[in-house]
Design a protein around this ligand. Structure first.
Ligand code: HEM
Length: 394
């Protein structure tokens, strides 16, 4: 038996981490990476318990391994906050993020799919990720937030650059840093403009939402609202693009299930859940311990970085029968691809909508395709796993 070693930054390991994650669940449910200085929990029950205990498993030191800090971060992003600050912000933004506002987007998502996919009809093939899966969510987010049509091309370009991955440097590089600053400046300016002249959009809802706190009612500051818009852009673009990419690969690998889906749209909802479970687009979430935790005979000390391996939990044989089998008809209670508890993905309903409509519109036009695995390329960061380039032939 080879020594058990998992490195979230290793691109080769990320190609197929599942055998390794199975060994972690079985042999080392409290895994310790001495070289990189973190622990990892991979069993569903442990990941779930950690999510349910944010007081012990803090998000305030960052949740993305590349940028976790020794001191709490002073970020306006609720992803990197603990209660009570998180609770206040989440309550505020949830009001601007209602199920009604999301459901209203369905027709828009369908129209966008047509705009992106129709030009490919009759052709030999296209890049499913570059030409479709990345384009769709970045346009949907711009619409949701209320970016002016005249600014959308520029904002979409900046969103692309904000996700630039540089050889050797990964996701932290000058191109992405510069684009992130520009997006923040743009959103700050837009938020200010909404204060002066309200409109019927999410940015206005963000500046107008009020919440009562111990010290009275309060609204978001401009910087908080701009940070939130930035978080929506980053949380809502990359992940949905990977979800659609995985859908394309998995269905090509299971032509019988693809044909069943094309023939029966009522299977789509469950299929999207199974894709999220089987290939979780965001499989790794970081936390920092605020006290010692004793688990499976090991004491994890206060201050330790602990990785919650949602991607491994979603394949835990203690919860799912034959977990490595992809089955769009699988019956299951849930998964942790969107996290759980207080940080449960705020965009889950939108992601599900984009997944369902995106797939339906794809299958309507292209019931069959073939992935060109030779020319496909992965995108790699410690938190997002999926395809960056995905040429398909029709
Ligand atoms: C398939 C697509 C998606 C996946 C797999 C995904 C996954 C996740 C996960 C795992 C978390 C929890 C992180 C943690 O606990 O540290 C999260 C949080 C979050 N997601 Fe998503 N997400 C997706 C789509 C979206 C979309 C479309 C949006 C926005 C429109 C979005 C916005 C957010 C926000 C704002 C949070 C932070 C919530 C909080 O801290 O309270 N996500 N997401």
């Amino acid at each position: 038996m080879t020594e058990l070693y998992w490195d979230p930054f290793d691109e080769t390991m990320a190609l197929d981490p599942y055998p390794l994650w199975r060994r972690m669940r079985d042999e080392r449910p409290v895994y310790r990476n001495d070289k990189l200085g973190f622990y990892a929990l991979s069993r569903y029950a442990d990941v779930e318990a950690a999510y349910r205990d944010p007081r012990t498993y803090s998000s305030a030191y960052g949740t993305v391994l590349e940028i976790m800090t020794a001191e709490p971060m002073s970020s306006g992003m609720m992803l990197f906050m603990d209660p009570p600050a998180h609770t206040t912000l989440r309550t505020l933004v949830s009001r601007a993020f209602t199920p009604r506002r999301i459901a209203q987007l369905e027709e828009y998502v369908r129209t966008l799919c047509a705009e992106l996919l129709d030009p490919q009809v009759g052709g030999d093939g296209f890049d499913y990720v570059r030409d479709f899966a990345v384009q769709l969510p970045s346009r949907v987010i711009s619409e949701l937030i209320g970016v002016d049509p005249a600014d959308r091309e520029e904002v979409r370009g900046q969103i692309d650059r904000a996700f630039h991955v540089e050889e050797g440097k990964g996701i932290i590089n000058e191109v992405s840093f510069d684009a992130t600053l520009k997006l923040h400046a743009y959103f700050s300016e837009q938020v200010e403009a909404r204060r002066r002249a309200p409109r019927d959009d999410m940015m206005t809802a963000l500046v107008e939402a009020e919440v009562s706190t111990g010290e009275g009612t309060r609204r978001l500051t401009t910087s908080e609202a701009a940070d939130f818009a930035g978080l929506l852009v980053s949380g809502g673009t990359e992940t949905v693009a990977r979800l659609l990419g995985w859908a394309c690969v998995l269905l090509d690998g299971h032509p019988g299930q693809r044909a069943a889906l094309a023939a029966d749209a009522s299977l789509l909802r469950n299929a999207v859940e199974e894709i999220l479970r089987h290939e979780s687009p965001a499989p790794v979430q970081g936390r920092t311990l605020t006290r010692d935790v004793r688990l499976h005979g090991t004491t994890i000390p206060a201050g330790a970085k602990v990785v919650l391996l949602t991607g491994a939990a979603n394949r835990d044989e203690r919860v799912y029968a034959d977990p490595d089998r992809f089955d769009i008809r699988r019956r299951f209670d849930g998964h942790v691809a969107f996290g759980l508890g207080i940080h449960f993905c705020l965009g889950a309903a939108l992601a599900r909508l984009e997944g369902r409509v995106g797939l339906k519109e794809t299958l309507r036009r292209f019931p069959v395709w073939e992935v060109d695995h030779q020319r496909a390329a992965r995108l790699h960061s410690s938190t997002v796993r999926g395809y960056d380039r995905l040429p398909i032939t029709l």
